[in-house]
Write a protein that binds this ligand. Sequence first.
Ligand SMILES: Nc1ncnc2c1ncn2[C@@H]1O[C@H](COP(=O)(O)OP(=O)(O)OP(=O)(O)O)[C@@H](O)[C@H]1O
Ligand code: SF4
Ligand SMILES: [Mg+2]
Length: 325
Amino acid sequence: MRLLEVKSLKVYFKTQAGLVRAVDGVSLEIEKSEILGLVGESGSGKSTFGYAVMRLLPKNAVVTGEIFLEGEDLLKLPIEKMRKIRGEKIAMVFQGSMNSLNPIMRVEDQVAEPLIIHKGIDEEEAKRTARELLMQVGVNPEKAKSYPHELSGGLKQRVAIAMALALHPALLIADEPTTALDVMTQAQIMELLKTLRVEYNMSIIIISHDISLVSEVADRMAVMYAGKLAELGPTNEVVLKPVHPYTQGLIASVPKVDSFALKPASIPGDPPDPLNLPSGCRFMPRCSFARSGCESFDGTLFRVSRDHLAACLLAGERLHGRSVG
Ligand SMILES: Nc1ncnc2c1ncn2[C@@H]1O[C@H](COP(=O)(O)OP(=O)(O)OP(=O)(O)O)[C@@H](O)[C@H]1O
Ligand code: SF4
Ligand SMILES: [Mg+2]
């Protein structure tokens, strides 16, 4: 069953230097209880996508497209209704949120706050529920009265996740939930998300630049490049049989523990300047497969198998030009 359906989403930021096309025509859907990994290099538009779903974009953003949550277009909702949906239906663990916990508030009080505000629960009951939530995400009861500075990075991230879970959202957007954590803690946070998906029967979008880490838990992967989807499909297919040269590059750049290679391959060049995007395929300046036609390719997604789409001209040609728009 479908929970979220995003159609032709565009988010352009108006700046003094020009228009930043941060998200430029992204369409995807998320099933109930599904984990979707949204990956790509810095600046590809991952967080902007998350903020758009939450309708928390800054004033200089111009948004078009549709974002249906259980059939209701969030972009058309009055702001009061959207405020209720935030937290209760969709919650976001913001990028860097473990470092923006309130430093002068005990963590159980921070987790209790949304319960008091949204549900009108009295303080003592809210704190009790907060301690239960903290326990569920792996924060021991004796740590519940701690201040953020008394906790490790991993525990602070667990607190941030507990805050997002407080109102039992149907969709959790976790934006770079493991940044700045050691490898072991990263894996533990991913495992936690996997467990919570079942316990809360919720869908999760995990936003990350780390394709390898997210592919351990995601059912499907969406790869973004310069505001567009490069590839979308079941994790196994995207990771084991990547079609888009950008996805292939991301996977090749993952260090392999069993490899004698000194350094993993890296994608040559840098992502494009968002104010000055290349015409045609945006990956072309970095693509070793680029050929005639790529300079005017509009990034159409081609269906390479039942649920696997890739925005590369070569994939389209292999399929005799059959496009799915
Ligand atoms: N308020 C804003 N005004 C202008 N440009 C913005 C604004 N917010 C984001 N951008 C630009 O939009 C593009 C996408 O940014 P976004 O933060 O969504 O990328 P990201 O994929 O989350 O990157 P990272 O991995 O670094 O978090 C970037 O070029 C960024 O500089
Ligand atoms: S469309 Fe062309 S330039 Fe773009 S990824 Fe495919 S081969 Fe490379
Ligand atoms: Mg981001």
